[in-house]
Write a protein that binds this ligand. Structure first.
Ligand code: PMP
Length: 418
């Protein structure tokens, strides 16, 4: 048996809970490129499902991490104070919060996206003394029972095999054509005496990633915030996937002018693919009793080190400008594909570097992603019927890599329709 066969056999014994759509064994990755065992090079438009916004093995972060490891820096410190933790907190305050005029307390809720969502839901219920949470159609917030209960995906919810209570799903923006879906929400709140109580919180993504790259309009998001204020409901923005620059600004809600009560962040926050999450909490809402929400892996100092280094990208507005410019290249190229290949019945969706083409042709998006993989491009599909092929290039990809990847997408579409 060859060594490659052995690796694949080992993988076959992995629990198949994730759709395995990339049939090879990877060995190495740098920037926007990945290589498999056969030495084949791939362009990465997947970015670890949004966990690698700065690409693989960013040299500056690697250098800081290696330096830290070589100096025997503490790796795991739970709630203990460490210099790496202090540096992260200071840098996040100075580079991210203060210039945006945002005032939050920073909580370490556990290592992943689902942990920050759990902490947000729990805190909202504790602060308000209410139990219900409103979430939106096609929203995605995680896989634990709390975060799953606010996830608008029937397949994933049924998988849990248990009733998920105290949640209400409302239509997201654009869910009903030409309707202001927030009117339903307002009507519902006004009519709350007839059935459901006023909720503790409303949780929303500004652009739904797993739900099919649905970008809510800024006016819709602003109105959502106003409704929350009017009814004294906490607004939780789940920026796990849309945050850390993915939509063009550090927080996805910045251009809409929101100041959410609670913000959930994870994925690219460590900058290096190391599990890391924070929950940002309006200072007056921090009523946790010590020990009420804890967990072992909340003090990963390697993540503090790389996250601090990653914030260098945000010290001025150069990176934001670069993202904006490069995203123009993406949109122009995708609009051209949709126009030149009407057979795919495609629609370009997204904001910034969170982009996709939704195709009305059943199964087409999966085929495009599979063909692109053959041609050396890694990308995922999303949406309730996997109808969207989703482009998530690293934000620091150069123009050459971006154009090469886009050319592969066009080539893949062409080969399937002609
Ligand atoms: N919220 C959003 C918006 C997400 O996209 C995800 C993951 N796809 C999560 C929460 C859950 O994050 P994790 O998988 O790290 O638990």
């Amino acid at each position: 048996m060859t060594q490659d066969m052995k690796v694949i056999e080992t993988l076959e014994s992995e629990v198949r809970s994730y759709v395995r759509s990339f049939p090879t064994v990877f060995t190495k990755a740098k920037g926007y490129k990945m290589w498999d065992k056969a030495g084949k090079e791939y362009i990465d438009f997947f970015s670890g499902a949004g966990a690698l916004n700065y690409g693989h093995n960013d040299p500056k972060m690697k250098e800081k991490l290696v330096e830290y490891i070589m100096s025997d820096g503490i790796t795991h410190s739970l709630d203990m104070a460490s210099t790496a933790k202090a540096e992260f907190l200071n840098t996040f305050n100075e580079v991210i919060l203060k210039p945006r005029n945002l005032d939050y307390k920073i909580m370490f809720p556990g290592p992943t996206g689902t942990n920050t969502v759990e902490s947000a839901l729990k805190l909202a219920r504790k602060v308000t003394g209410r139990t219900d949470i409103i979430s939106f159609t096609n929203g995605f917030h995680g896989m634990t029972i709390g975060s799953l209960s606010v996830t608008g995906n029937a397949m994933k919810r049924k998988g849990a095999g248990i009733p998920l209570q105290n949640t209400v799903t409302m239509p997201y923006d654009n869910y009903v054509d030409d309707h202001d879906t927030l009117e339903y929400l307002e009507r519902f709140l006004e009519d709350s005496g007839s059935g459901v109580d006023i909720p503790a919180a409303i949780i929303a993504e500004t652009v739904q990633g797993e739900g099919g790259i649905n970008a809510a309009r800024f006016e819709w998001l602003k109105k959502l915030e106003q409704i929350c204020k009017r009814w004294d409901i906490l607004l939780i923005i789940d920026d796990v996937q849309a945050g850390v620059g993915r939509t063009g600004t550090f927080f996805s809600f910045e251009p809409a002018g929101l100041k959410p009560d609670i913000v959930c962040m994870s994925k690219s926050l460590s900058g290096y693919g190391i599990p890391f999450a924070i929950t940002l909490i309006r200072p007056d809402l921090d009523i946790w009793t010590p020990g009420e929400h804890n967990g072992t892996f909340r003090g990963n100092n390697h993540a503090f080190v790389t996250a601090t280094a990653s914030l260098d990208y945000w010290k001025d507005d150069t990176f934001e400008k670069e993202i904006k410019e490069k995203s123009q290249i993406i949109y122009e190229s995708l609009e051209k594909i949709v126009k030149n290949y009407p057979e795919i019945k495609g629609e370009v969706r997204g904001r910034g570097f969170m982009v996709g083409i939704a195709s009305e042709v059943e199964g087409l998006s999966d085929k495009v992603a599979a063909k692109a993989f053959e041609l050396g491009l890694i990308m995922e599909t999303s949406g309730p019927k996997d109808e969207v092929f989703k482009l998530f290039p690293p934000l620091n990809i150069d123009e050459e890599g971006l154009k090469k990847g886009l050319a592969i997408i066009e080539e893949s579409v062409k080969s399937l329709v002609k």
